[in-house]
Design a protein around this ligand. Structure first.
Ligand code: NAD
Ligand code: UGA
Length: 490
């Protein structure tokens, strides 16, 4: 008897596929997040039309500039992708009303800085830009619209957005009811590696109540991100995860910076310690570089937002714990300023100090919260004259940052006390010290033996990023200090 033949079923792994629906997206906010994120979506979803809008006319003009070196932000790889999609399915405009009225999906990518006045001053997030955008949506949107929180926001912000939207839900022109679904989809890109982060994200996080809307946003990402990397959660988990991720990352930087100070006292070497602990898979090797302290527009602001949330919920001990991550960051910047002054015989009055790097990290022109600001202001306050070089930061931005007010450092700085140069040679001419603050690739391979001649001896090189090769520094009258090692002697 013939054995019964079972039909052979070939099971293919279930792959979620994008539906490639034609969609109109509006992104409010053409900054470091809105610009690159929408460029990536446009390049991966040619069927979707995206309009990025901003109230800042100069910013939009720069995004539309024919000269790709004039884009408002410097981000490796961005110009190449942008040039393929701009004015095809990606548009930059100041017509906020027009873009909102045509959109099915609206991304909110506006800034959410720390409040500088009123209740919660210095801690809570200032949500006025977000609220203004939502009010515009409430006025001009039509039919059903999915609102996506891309900006980093305090937990429960989606609730506020819903309240604002639902208080004016009649389309005045068509007299139809307008409806909304609010979704949280925080952005995890880091500046300098934004294109890589957007193209190959560790995860995409989508939180929301309306599962149809969650599915729509997921489908967008499925065009280039595999489904196992797309995590869906409830709204509040998504909002809180963003703040938590930044708090944990910042905490790692503060932790390693405390250990670097111990290394300098004990003869241990921070690079060796980082390597040794980073091989433990539970710790991991990334984000263990000692530096002058973390900068960037978000770590401090997001920890402060978390602290405010803790205070609001009367979790005072938790608030104190996270506040200390910021306290250590400030301490690291002051510690470095003090040891520069100490090594220059305790006085830097009228001494020339060369600053290499003003951006908060390499591969960006962003200076927001850059440790270079506080360290420069500390040195200027002690009477030094600064010569500053950064390959991507414009003089106007340095001027803005040096005249900003925070902590106990002077608000305005006499312009005759500092100068920006376009070449490293000019920056170093006659300097008593060189302070390397940003880990730009070009700083790693400088022709030091030629550069020494330009300095006034005895001179000091302070490598706050631990990127210089000590073997390049065996020269008379030249002293080298490396973060996490201390004074280097051959
Ligand atoms: P940004 O300041 O570079 O850009 C925000 C833009 O929004 C500005 O150009 C501003 O003019 C515009 N804007 C403000 N109000 C507006 C309104 N009512 N209508 C139209 N445009 C308006 O800020 P960013 O760095 O892009 O950050 C945006 C958000 O993303 C923040 O919440 C931030 O925390 C978060 N985030 C930033 C990064 C980053 O690397 N910068 C990464 C992840 C998340
Ligand atoms: C950070 C996060 O890495 C992103 O995931 C997040 O989306 C973003 O904040 C945000 O929410 O804005 P970013 O600030 O662009 O990105 O840059 P990072 O690479 O995180 O560096 C932040 C600061 O920490 C820089 O000043 C950097 O020099 C410093 N850092 C980083 C160190 O000193 N050591 C390290 O090992 C890593």
């Amino acid at each position: 008897m013939l054995a019964s033949i079972k039909p052979l079923i070939i099971l293919e792994p279930y792959m979620e596929k994008p539906t490639k629906k034609k969609r109109n997206i509006c992104c409010i906010g053409a900054g470091y997040v809105g610009g690159p994120t929408m460029t990536m979506i446009a390049s991966k979803c040619s069927e979707i039309k995206i309009t990025v809008v901003d109230i800042n006319k100069n910013r939009i003009d720069s995004w539309n500039s024919a000269d790709l070196t004039k884009l408002p932000i410097y981000e490796p790889g961005l110009a190449e992708i942008l040039s393929k999609v701009r004015n095809k399915n990606l548009f930059f405009s100041n017509d906020v009303k027009g873009a909102i009225s045509k959109a099915d999906i609206i991304f909110l990518s506006v800034n959410t800085p720390t409040k500088i006045k009123g209740i919660g001053k210095g801690k809570a997030s200032n949500l006025e830009y977000l609220e203004n955008s939502v009010r515009e949506i409430a006025k001009y949107s039509k039919g059903h619209t999915i609102i996506v929180e891309k900006s980093t926001v305090p937990v429960k912000t989606a609730e506020t957005i819903e309240l604002l939207l639902n208080s004016s839900c009649l389309d005045n022109v068509n007299n139809e009811k307008k409806t909304y679904s609010v979704i949280s989809n925080p952005e995890f890109l880091a500046e300098g590696s934004a294109i890589k982060d957007l193209e190959k994200p560790d995860r995409v996080l989508i939180g929301g109540k309306d599962q149809n809307a969650v599915k729509e946003i997921k489908e967008l990402y499925l065009s280039w991100v595999s489904s196992e990397k797309i995590l869906t959660t409830n709204l509040w988990s998504s909002e809180l995860s963003k703040l938590t991720a930044n708090a944990f990352l910042a905490q790692r930087v503060s932790s390693i910076n405390t250990i670097s100070a111990i290394c300098e006292k004990t003869g241990a070497n921070i690079a060796e310690v980082s390597r040794a602990i980073g091989t433990d898979q539970r710790i991991g090797k990334n984000f263990l570089n000692a530096g002058p302290g973390f900068g960037g527009s978000c770590f401090k602001k997001d920890i402060l937002s978390l602290v405010y949330l803790c205070i609001y919920y009367r979790l005072d001990e938790v608030a104190k714990y996270w506040e200390n991550v910021i306290a250590i960051n400030n301490w690291q910047q002051d510690r470095i300023s003090r040891l520069i002054i100490g090594n220059l015989f305790g006085t830097i009055e009228n001494k020339k100090i060369a600053i290499l790097g003003f951006a908060f990290k390499a591969d960006t022109n962003d200076t927001r919260e850059s440790p270079a600001i506080k360290i420069s202001k500390n040195l200027l306050q002690e009477g030094a004259k600064l010569s500053i070089y950064d390959p991507k930061v414009e003089e106007e931005k340095i001027n803005f940052e040096l005249n900003s007010c925070f902590d106990d450092v002077a608000c305005s700085i006499d312009k005759s006390k500092w100068k920006k140069f376009d070449s490293i040679e000019d920056t170093l001419k006659g300097a008593d010290a060189v302070v390397l603050l940003t880990e730009w690739e070009e700083f790693k391979y400088l022709p030091w033996s030629n550069l020494f001649k330009l300095l006034r001896k005895p001179a000091w090189i302070f490598d706050t990023r631990n990127i210089l090769d000590p073997n390049d520094f065996c020269s008379e009258g030249i002293n080298l200090w490396i973060n996490g090692i201390g004074e280097y002697s051959n």
